[in-house]
Design a protein around this ligand. Structure first.
Ligand SMILES: Cc1cc2nc3c(=O)[nH]c(=O)nc-3n(C[C@H](O)[C@H](O)[C@H](O)COP(=O)(O)OP(=O)(O)OC[C@H]3O[C@@H](n4cnc5c(N)ncnc54)[C@H](O)[C@@H]3O)c2cc1C
Length: 510
């Protein structure tokens, strides 16, 4: 498609700039300095965050209310903690204008699509929790295919291995690699596998294997095989192969935003004004008897006191807000790296691609494409009004700056559309709209040593401040880990409110 034809397609940019604070904070800090630092990042939220970054001490008004627990961050982790603490006096603060964080779905003319988290596994806490809150997870039932050299190959690592459109020598290399990785006994090899990169297992194999796993790793845990802890990738590989025997993934139309939507709907009537969106927390100051939490809401500064606080925010933000963090813990938080990530939703008014739920497209500007309504498309009476295809577009850390301007984000979306249309002759169709949702630091990178050495330090409780969010848990950024982290933080809060110390966090694996 030439540039002129593309000009007629409507591009909608959401996320990051108006909503990204303090997500873009460290980026702006790294790229610019002086009075106009970050001037191209508009919005009230960002101004507040720049001030936090620049070490401004906000004048703290006297505390207006007292709570048992203040939860900072209304992603799935913070919402889960609020759900588990309904019997307490809780205040939940979220800086964005909506709940959900990285598990957030949007709609186009009644059709739901994902802007982040896509699916969960049936053997997970997240699956059980979804059922507990009254959601019925729907089976994916489709092992991942790939589009390679213009051909769609279903079930890449199962039956598809025989059909990969590569020369026989490359196909054999894929088979050998699969056999070697499947033979690894993860339990026997122990946690040491989490300290070496996955690419060290790939040296003797076809480079197409690395290309495939670089796409898979970037999309799922924010890191290419050179930067991925081998233990995580091998465990995922074994799951992927198991999926081709029995797929245990579940979801809803538009992904796991269904969970946060449901939680917000359930909690709002109960919590009323103790659940605040558009509330950016700027300081958490622990004291002997209580913690002071200061936030900005509608341009006004407010301070409240809490007996305990759960920080359900990502750590690069948390470490700037919580005062008195031990130096080692703050340094550990600083070590976590985050990948920038866009999800580009291509909205078609006719069927274009419905061959597989999650299809890998190595060698393109996006890594994989998901069919938004996959799990309901065969329900009796359902008619696909729009074929919405979510192109997952993780980026390199050094490319983060491209997200800062609307023009930069549009360019990324245009590249995704160009690559999608070149995939196969059938995909060369114009969408009616292209929606790009950009995030600066949404997914922590599962780098060697993170799970074994960094995360145990990061989640150490302070006396009255506890750490949730998926990045406290590991080994991978998932909705499940966000829910597990919330469960742990709630346990710690309950212990502290009962007058018991929360105890050190030592568990690594399991
Ligand atoms: C593109 C993409 C695809 C993914 N796919 C999957 C998947 O298929 N399956 C899966 O399980 N996981 C997936 N994940 C990971 C999953 O989305 C996350 O692990 C999970 O949503 C994290 O939830 P959380 O609550 O821990 O953190 P977050 O979602 O980051 O929530 C933190 C919240 O804190 C708020 N906040 C930050 N600073 C402040 C402040 N100062 N004051 C108040 N609030 C603040 C933020 O706005 C945010 O809402 C994906 C992630 C991305 C980005």
């Amino acid at each position: 498609m030439n540039a002129n034809r593309r000009d007629f397609i409507k591009f909608v940019v959401a996320g990051a700039v108006t909503a990204g604070c303090p997500v873009d904070l460290s980026l702006v800090a790294a790229q610019t300095s002086g009075a106009h630092a970050g001037a191209n990042v508009d919005g009230e939220d960002n101004r507040i965050c720049h001030q936090v970054r620049d070490g401004r001490v906000f004048s703290r008004p006297p505390a207006s209310t007292k709570h048992d627990v203040v939860i900072v961050g209304g992603g799935v982790s913070g919402l889960t903690a609020a759900y588990r603490l309904q019997h307490r006096d809780v205040l939940l603060l979220e800086k964005e204008p909506q709940w959900g964080g990285n598990a957030y779905a949007m709609e186009y003319e009644g059709s739901t699509y994902a802007t982040g988290s896509a699916f969960l596994w049936s053997d997970s806490e997240a699956f059980r929790f979804a059922k507990e809150i009254g959601l019925d997870p729907l089976p994916v039932n489709c092992p991942d295919g790939s589009i390679i050299n213009g051909e769609f190959v279903p079930d890449t690592w199962g039956d598809g291995l025989k059909k990969l459109p590569y020369p026989p020598i490359t196909r054999d290399s894929f088979k050998k690699f699969k056999n070697e990785i499947m033979a690894i006994d993860l339990e026997k090899r122990g946690s040491g596998l989490y300290d070496v990169p996955f690419s060290s297992f790939m040296k003797l194999y076809a480079q197409e294997i690395k290309q495939w796993w670089d796409a898979f790793g970037l999309s799922n845990w924010g890191a290419t095989s050179d930067e991925t802890a081998a233990g995580l990738a091998i465990s995922e590989f074994q799951d992927v192969v198991d999926q081709s025997r029995a797929d245990n993934r579940y979801t809803w139309p538009g992904g796991l935003g269904a969970i946060t939507k449901k939680l917000a709907e359930m909690l709002q009537p109960k919590y009323a004004d103790r659940m605040q969106i558009g509330a950016t927390t700027v300081a958490v100051t622990p004291g002997k008897e209580e913690v002071q939490v200061t936030y900005v809401l509608g341009g006004d500064l407010k301070t409240v006191t809490a007996k305990t606080v759960i920080m359900a925010t990502p750590k690069f933000i948390t470490r700037r807000i919580v005062e008195g963090l031990p130096d080692k813990q703050s340094q550990a938080m600083k070590q976590i790296r985050y990948t920038p990530y866009c999800v580009v939703n291509l909205i078609f008014d006719k069927p274009v691609f419905n061959k597989g739920y999650d299809t890998w497209c190595p060698g393109n500007s996006f890594t994989d494409v998901l069919v938004a309504d996959w799990v309901i498309r065969k329900k009796s009476g359902y008619k696909q009004k729009h074929n919405i295809l979510s192109c997952y577009t993780p980026m390199k850390e050094e490319e983060r700056g491209n997200l800062l301007t609307e023009g930069g984000a549009r360019k990324i979306a245009a590249n995704v559309l160009r690559d999608f249309q070149r995939l196969t002759p059938e995909t060369n169709v114009n969408p009616v709209e292209v929606h790009i949702y950009r995030r600066g630091h949404p997914m922590y990178m599962a780098t060697p040593g993170l799970f074994t050495q960094v995360q145990p330090l990061v989640r150490q409780p302070m006396d009255r401040v506890f750490f949730a969010n998926t990045d406290s848990q590991g080994p991978e950024s998932t909705t499940n880990e966000a829910i597990v982290a919330a469960r742990r933080a709630v346990r710690q809060v309950e212990a502290r409110l009962a007058g018991r110390p929360a105890g050190k966090e030592t568990a690594v694996l399991g």
